[in-house]
Design a protein around this ligand. Sequence first.
Ligand code: NDP
Length: 311
Amino acid sequence: MSKKIIVTGGSGMVGQGFKDFDNIILTSSADCDLTNQVRVESLFRSLVKYHEIEGVIHLAAKVGGVKGNTDYVGDYFYDNIMMNTNVLHACHKNNINNVISLLSTCVYPEHADFPLTEDQIHEGKPHKSNFGYAYSKRMLDVHSRAYRQQYNRNYITAIPNNLYGPNDMFDLENGHVIPSVIRKIWEAKQTGIPPIFWGDGTPLREFTYSEDIAPILIFLLENYSSPHPINIGNVNEYTISSVVSKISKHLDYNGDVVWDDNYPSGIFRKPSSINKLVNLGWDINNYTPLNDGLKSTCEWFKKEYPNVRGV
Ligand code: NDP
């Protein structure tokens, strides 16, 4: 019997990056509502009964942009803390020794030093716009560390920065920067009404192509065992306006865009450090360059629109 890796959140943007990997069992909310402890225990019990499990990659989460995180802060806290607690505990009860779970750079303290380094994750309050999500993710780190200390489990956490790619959420109110820009430009092309973007486009951000995450997580399962989280995102920085230009080019949009500086631009930079990952042996040339990732994402979007999440 070949050993299998269970992936939660398998229908999501990052989870879909595993769909062509061997020996992966992808699970989603259709298999089990992970907020329900009884169902989670039954799912893991049956998976362990029929397969030899090498480890679990826990991706499932309630994920969204600033507005969703603020308007539904209680739901973000409840759903995420329940899913995370149930999954980690079910792994432990079923004697699964290796688990890797995802946090996010947006759970770092609002006033952390740059670049963001993993030792700062609990050193101050997260931004108030997403404190429900942030504390639930920070507790996933605490829970992993506690089971390592008490039960000697190899439970680790990894921290990606902004992710984008096929299967993203294209909801304009709830989505992230890149999917919102893609949708606005595509719809501007159909309507002839110029898209409006917040701020002045000068802030710098790091972006990682979602399909780059799966191989990094497999690499970490094989090469990382530590109570401390590890940053895993592509750390090249781009201005928001350059992202808009690249996407306009991939979608063949030649019209105007409007920058509305009545809205905040957001923090100027939020760089993170991946020194730990590089020192472990990960080659940064494995990251998909932004322009290539945007090209694939725009091609996927054109093919799927309007049947994409959030539209
Ligand atoms: P998606 O929103 O694309 O996917 C979320 C996944 O979680 C889906 O498979 C969904 O299943 C599943 N899920 C949600 N609620 C439940 C539930 N109650 N029970 C079972 N499954 C559930 O998220 P991403 O792929 O973008 O994110 C993956 C991970 O990466 C998350 O942990 C997230 O916090 C982290 N991350 C994401 C970033 C980003 O920019 N997207 C940035 C940094 C970290 P279904 O489709 O069936 O509902």
